[in-house]
Design a protein around this ligand. Structure first.
Ligand SMILES: *[C@@H]1O[C@H](CO)[C@@H](O)[C@H](O)[C@H]1NC(C)=O
Ligand SMILES: *[C@@H]1O[C@H](CO)[C@@H](O)[C@H](O)[C@H]1NC(C)=O
Ligand SMILES: *[C@@H]1O[C@H](CO)[C@@H](O)[C@H](O)[C@H]1NC(C)=O
Ligand SMILES: *[C@@H]1O[C@H](CO)[C@@H](O)[C@H](O)[C@H]1NC(C)=O
Length: 254
């Protein structure tokens, strides 16, 4: 009885702590009760699926990109650890998988890269297929319903658009919060020591020039997917012959 009341109180708290219009999905109470491991000084969830995603990302990604996605995961995990509301509402395994797989669409030599979809869609599609494929032969299949797969898809799809994702489910928001800390600075209660430990374990390497090169190549090779997005600026600045004119909503009206 005592446990049950605690659970109801937690569920209510999760709803009432929700700012204005955002939607919070209250996660099943036991879903985050998993083994943990410590990476870069951060305690994170440790499941076979998370390990498989790490190995996959390591295998296909350039070093600068791999370190970025792992820092994104660790900064997101730190954000969650500093916030009791997030602890009650984030699905930690989905958050880990979303963070680790969120930039597969920037692995431009990947066989999964399409010509016609934004890179975030390539990332979300590829990541969700990867997890579905893993589930065909893993014991955890019973823990994965359509909702969790959708949450994974959406967390990745919106991982580059904080103007939307910060107002979505806590898992979606925590994923982009990790990205924001990595491309910005320590925030959300993360201390400078925590930040430095993560950076020391997964150094930036040539992060700025690597991202720049990748985004320039993205604009050169799939220009139609970059018009009217934040990626467009890289094409405008650095890709000869690149022009969004004719492809913007503005052009439809004029
Ligand atoms: C893409 O190239 C990187 C080197 O930049 C390499 O490490 C990685 O394995 C390649 N990925 C694929 C999917 O071929
Ligand atoms: C914790 O996260 C919730 C949901 O994102 C947010 O509304 C709240 O302001 C955060 N609390 C603190 C102390 O940062
Ligand atoms: C980005 O790439 C362009 C084109 O190669 C280059 O001219 C520019 O200096 C690069 N910027 C950074 C910060 O690496
Ligand atoms: C870009 O879109 C235009 C108009 O829909 C189309 O004609 C063109 O073939 C597309 N280019 C590429 C590279 O997909």
């Amino acid at each position: 009885m005592k446990l049950k009341l605690t659970w109801i109180a937690q569920a209510l708290l999760a709803f009432y702590a929700c700012p204005s219009l955002c939607f919070q999905h209250v996660i099943p109470r036991n879903i985050n009760q998993k083994p943990t491991q410590v990476i870069g000084g951060v305690t994170v969830i440790d499941t076979p699926l998370v390990r498989a995603a790490q190995a996959y990302a390591r295998q296909v990604s350039a070093n600068y990109l791999y370190n970025h996605i792992i820092r994104t995961w660790l900064f997101g995990a730190l954000t969650i650890s500093h916030n009791t509301t997030l602890q009650e509402t984030v699905d930690l395994e989905v958050h880990a998988l979303a963070s680790i797989l969120h930039d597969l669409g920037l692995v431009l030599n990947g066989t999964w890269i399409t010509k016609e979809r934004r890179f975030e869609v390539d990332s979300a599609e590829t990541a969700t297929s990867f997890v579905e494929d893993q589930l065909t032969y893993r014991d955890e299949a019973a823990e994965w319903d359509a909702h969790r797969l959708q949450l994974l898809f959406d967390s990745i799809l919106l991982s580059s658009e904080p103007k939307f994702s910060l107002y979505k489910q806590a898992t979606v928001a925590a994923t982009v919060q990790g990205v924001l800390v990595d491309v910005g600075e320590a925030a959300y209660g993360i201390t400078s020591t925590e930040y430095d430990n993560v950076e020391a374990a997964f150094p930036r390497l040539n992060f700025i020039s690597g991202v720049n090169r990748t985004l320039v190549e993205l604009c050169a090779t799939k220009p139609n997917t970059t018009y009217d997005s934040w990626q467009q600026a890289f094409g405008d600045a650095f890709v000869p012959g690149y022009s969004a004119i004719g492809y913007r909503l503005f052009d439809v009206f004029h």
